[in-house]
Write a protein of this length. Sequence first.
Length: 579
Amino acid sequence: MSAPATGPLRRFWRVLGRQRRWMLLGVLVSLISTLAGIALMAIAGHFIASMALAGATGAVLNYYTPAALIRAMALLRTGGRYVERLVNHEATLRVLSRLRLWLFDRLLPLAPARTGFLGHADLFSRLRADVDRLEHAYLGIGIPIVVALLALPLVLAVQAAYAWPVALLTLIAATAAAVLLPRWLIVRSRAPAEAMVRDEAALRAAVGDLVRGAAELRLYGADAARETRIHVLTDEQQARLAHLDALQERGQSLIPLLAQTVAAGTLLLGAAAARAHTLAGPDVVMLVLLGLAAFEVLAVLPEAFTRWGATRAAAARVFELVDAEPAVEDPAAPAEPPAKPDIAFRGVRLRYAEDAPWALDGVDLALPFGSRVAVTGASGAGKSSLAAALLRFQPFESGRIVWGGRSITEYAADDVRAAIAVVEQRTHLFDATLIENLRVARPDATRAQIEAAVHAAQLSDVVAALPDGYDTWLGEGGAHLSGGEARRVAIARALLADRPILLLDEPTEGLDAATAQSLMGALATLAEGRTVLLITHRLEGLSHLVDRRVRMERGRIVAEEAMAASSAVLRSGRSSTLH
């Protein structure tokens, strides 16, 4: 899908939906607070000058009206600032929440085929850092620009009502501050800001690689090179940030200069008008302070426009991900999936890029319902690709996967996945309680169903030993559980899900022999009455779970062994007996 012609920040605005009401309310409150501050300075200046003249000349002065206005503007400004922060904080949190939910909704159909190439660090960077940076689009860019655009015409109208030359002078200076200066800042800052966003993403990826692969990098002596790369990226990122800060400082230094020029010009024009008796002395003071207050509104624009490029680049990175086409499309009218499907791979070929080797090269494999098949082979043989094709995570280029007598492409991908329970080598546990982690598989599960699944997964003793039982907080990534205990939680989840097909992906890999052996009973219970597809490098200790074994090499099934009869059917190429 090609990206729409509209800019990323405009698309960002369209995505927000109902949250735009909160944003508009935040702008309105900010505008009221800003106008109250401007009015307070102008009225107070006029009142103080009038009081001075009245004291010097003995003239009668209406004290009550301006004093009441000053109190009202002071209360409105103070209260407005407080309400502004409440509303804008609420709006910001709602915007971020909306963006993340919207982004997850669009990422789910893309994963893993369209997101796997990014790597964990870059994907996380787009989900977290780039979305967080979009907060600046509202607080740091949107509000200052809109408030300036709405407040300045009102200030100019008041000035024009008293002395149009003063309004003209303010308009010229404001044009330089609100139009010419931002344009210069955007042009000068866009390239370094966009490069800074890319550097930050690359830096997160490099640090992530170093942390996850520390042992391997140290083993092969590559850790020093990776650390050097991180230092280079950090220096580049800091240099670009310093460049942007310098641009911002130049812009901010120009605003006071323009404000002082307007103040001096207003004094000269006001003095001339006062000598011509077309303008009173207090009015001159009011116009000077009104101009100075107006430029306080413009003082935040250099920072806003300096960060414009980085915010726009972050939005572009988010939409670049969203605009990708899903690798697997659902049919317009999905078929109703069978409850107990027979599965057959027929000449399936799959690769991850046009110039990549075949990950599956004409695979034929029959899985009648209730059969139990182990798929073995070295890394890169095609075992995981077989699972990815079955789960509809990756599209296959030719051949068919028959699911219950019909092509698997005739079903919705979610319906296919809903029939498959997966127990992986790496069990992801959320930073939540044990019972919440179990209910991931079945949110409506009763306590009795959960306890039955825990008992069948041989997890009851572990739960009894936990300080708060099912309500024990597991920590990030299940830090409070051992590897074997985490694997049992995955088995309990699969039991709770109660799906007809079971996919075991290296269920005992990474565990010591005693822990792996203790899982055998739970795995055997889980496999009962289901079609089992076991993916493993080594079948030792798991052979009792299957009745047939196939071996893969270079994307092909090259051997089959009936486990019960202990008879081997060796072949080269594809075996017609597996149709």
